[in-house]
Design a protein. Structure first.
Length: 235
């Protein structure tokens, strides 16, 4: 179906042979000589293709063992480019942030409705741990908890593109320094918002939780505007 569309012959081979399994252990490709003969390309050309698609997370080349086809993972394919774009121009993070807002709000109901009771307990645990960090005599920024909480909400969504984009967003968030200390009152405010979100999720009040999420984004928007961060500065 995708004949002539895929940029590398090795990708077409993997699709035709149905080697890209969604779950389970990676599938080992035939030896280099056999694979090059099947594809009618030189070993040098084949190696170039394998190195290229390895960067997208399609294969895993293991010296002395062989090459394995990995399950499809959109996050691996886009992470480097997202970081590269942000490094080139800070405004790309701003664009990514706006996309992330629309993704989380747009998929909120579907994602939350699929969470298990164990997931909800884990959300409470993350929330409690973050609040303890903030209230400690030597307060800590609960960045890991912030990332883990948001990604956990979308854990059961079953949409690899949405989940890949959200994971890549948090990598760019860290790359531009958004996880560093800004203002204690800001962290108090956003974690109060997180508590509203989690309590609404636990009570099955999806709309209430979505409103708390939207308010959370307003706080971050104010931080972007008021902290000089949209211009690439740190204050």
């Amino acid at each position: 179906m995708l004949q002539g569309i895929l940029p590398y012959s090795i990708l077409q081979y993997i699709v035709d042979k149905e080697l890209a399994l969604p779950d389970g252990e990676p599938v080992k490709l035939p030896p280099m000589e056999e694979l090059a003969e099947d594809l009618a390309v030189s070993r040098g050309k084949l190696r170039e293709e394998l190195v290229a698609v390895q960067a997208y997370g399609v294969v895993d080349m293991r010296p002395g063992d062989g090459t394995y086809v990995c399950p499809f993972d959109f996050y691996t394919a886009i992470r480097t480019l997202a970081l590269y774009g942000t490094a080139c121009d800070w405004r790309y993070f701003d664009h990514f942030y706006k996309l992330r807002v629309q993704l989380e709000i747009g998929f909120w109901e579907e994602a939350v409705s699929k969470l298990t009771e164990e997931d909800k307990q884990e959300l409470r645990h993350i929330l409690d741990h973050a609040e303890r960090k903030l209230k400690a005599s030597r307060a800590e920024i609960p960045h890991k908890e912030h990332r883990d909480l948001h990604l956990l909400v979308f854990r059961r969504l079953g949409n690899t593109f949405v989940q890949g984009l959200l994971k890549a967003y948090w990598d760019t968030y860290e790359a531009v320094g958004m996880h560093r200390y800004f203002d204690y009152s800001y962290y108090e405010k956003i974690w109060t918002g997180h508590r509203k979100m989690i309590e609404a999720i636990a009570a099955g009040k999806l709309e209430e939780g979505k409103r708390a999420l939207a308010e959370h984004f307003v706080s971050l928007e104010n931080r972007l505007q008021g902290g000089g961060l949209r211009d690439g500065g740190e204050k």
